[in-house]
Ligand binder design. Structure first.
Ligand code: EPZ
Length: 421
């Protein structure tokens, strides 16, 4: 397995561009299944999960036509098989996002049920219950969700989510665009990626209001058409670079990004002592050589502090002045990075869903193991500030969510290389 070899080399400095957002590109790729014409998507990140998504659509009969710079054209009217096989879904649980569009456009779907993952059990019961409220008949057999829309069309419904779910909101939002009548989604997710998906659906002819709030209203239409759409910048990748600069007392400018999607993260970085300046499509962080101060974090649905930035801030607190508590409220098992950071000399105590991080002046390089996507980002940040060499194993996790990580970090002065396993 590939590994990343990183040698601590002082402050991160320079400029880096943000890629398109993984968690927006994945639902938008699934949404092309709703259209009766070609949809051209640009600013797609070059990531393993995007490749898996395109392979999944190809298996259904929707052959991707690649253009320059990761632009792809997809025509949902070409679907031949409404089937998402286990061997692809097990690689990427976000494959569940094809369930709503297939059911809404073609009246049936067979999708492998995603299993658990490193960060939690992650059930999809709210996706299924929402589609049943829209009239779908659903059974789960042999590891597959089998769904049918009686009469070939879903019906509008009022759906109240028990807990805020991002892909749950996205699946029902997509399904509702072709349903008969009005759908109201309450306690819906407000993440910027949900808004980006809604904007793409509106460009395809959907009738949606309230996206970005906790109540989304969708008037179903007969059909959706093709469009051109550019995926929003990745706020989590952006945040990861900013934290790397803060932890290493450096200065970084992230371009092609959006500060308005990162309010909670930027506020915590300022609390840690960073000077933040922003422009239309850039964010600059400067620590002026200062050591960061520890901050307290509590993850929650948007616009609160994102769980996908939790691990990176644990690494920041590990070298900060003082003690910070980090409370994870979204996933039940999202502290796998803690023991690995402690192997590098961090002082982190775990109590249930809380990590108490007592900052230390220096970390030391060590062989460590990535366990999930954001945990691997926190290990890379720790390696950047540690003395000596760190070897991060199982980096297939990081390739799922960070485009050209070693090229981008090298451009910021980090000594990093990939060793093929
Ligand atoms: C999305 O996952 C993101 N993935 C995750 O990013 C992110 O961590 C998460 O939202 C929270 O922000 C994509 O967008 C592809 P949820 P999702 O449904 O939609 C429970 C990354 O690092 N729940 O919002 O799967 C669930 O168990 C990834 O890029 C149910 O109980 O997360 C969790 O505790 C990791 N039943 C909570 O809701 C359901 O049917 C929130 O999960 C659905 C969810």
């Amino acid at each position: 397995m590939d590994k990343l070899i990183i040698t601590g080399n002082g402050p991160v400095n320079g400029e880096v561009w943000a890629s398109g957002a993984k968690n927006s590109a994945l639902p938008i790729l699934a949404a092309t299944l709703l259209s009766e014409g070609p949809v051209t998507i640009s600013n797609l990140p070059h990531l393993q999960d995007i490749t898996t998504s395109l392979e999944l659509l190809g298996r259904m009969g929707v052959e991707p036509v690649m253009g320059d710079n990761m632009t792809v054209q997809l025509d949902g009217s070409k679907v031949e098989h409404c089937h998402a096989p286990y061997e692809l879904v097990k690689k990427m649980r976000a494959s569940i996002l094809v369930l709503g569009p297939l059911l809404a456009h073609f009246g049936s779907a067979e999708v492998s049920l995603p299993g658990g993952c490193a960060i939690g059990s992650r059930p999809v019961d709210l996706h299924i219950r929402g589609l049943e409220a829209m009239g779908a008949e659903i059974s789960v057999e042999n590891g597959y969700i089998r769904a049918k829309a009686p009469g070939g069309r879903l019906k509008g419904a009022r759906i109240v989510f028990d807990v805020v779910t991002v892909t749950g909101t996205e699946n029902l939002l997509m399904a509702a665009t072709l349903a008969d009548g009005r759908t109201v989604l309450e306690n819906a997710a407000r993440e910027p990626e949900v808004v980006d998906l809604a904007e793409c659906l509106i460009a395809m002819g959907a009738r949606i209001i309230g996206h970005g709030t906790d109540t989304i209203v969708i008037e179903g239409v007969e059909r959706l058409h093709g469009c051109e759409y550019s995926v929003m910048p990745d706020r989590i990748e952006t945040g990861t670079f900013l934290v790397a600069a803060a932890a290493s007392r450096g200065k970084v400018r992230v371009t092609r990004t959006r500060a308005d999607t990162l309010d909670a993260v930027l506020a915590k970085l300022e609390e840690a002592g960073a000077t933040i300046t922003t422009g239309d499509d850039w964010i600059e962080l400067d620590m002026q050589g200062k050591r960061p101060k520890a901050v307290n974090i509590r993850t929650a649905p948007y616009p609160a502090f994102p769980t996908d930035m939790q691990a990176q801030f644990v690494a920041l607190n590990a070298v900060a002045e003082g003690t910070g508590t980090v409370i994870e409220t979204i996933f039940e098992n999202r502290f796998m990075h803690v023991q690995e950071l402690n192997r590098m000399g961090a002082h982190i105590a775990l109590e249930g869903n809380t990590a108490v991080v007592t900052g230390t002046e220096r970390l030391s390089g060590a062989p460590v193991m990535a366990t999930d996507l954001r945990a691997s980002a926190s290990l890379v940040i720790a390696a950047i500030v540690a003395d000596g060499e760190t070897m991060v194993d199982r980096i297939y996790h990081i390739d799922r969510g960070y485009e050209c990580i070693e090229e981008k970090l090298s451009g910021l002065g980090v000594i990093i290389r990939r060793s093929a396993g």
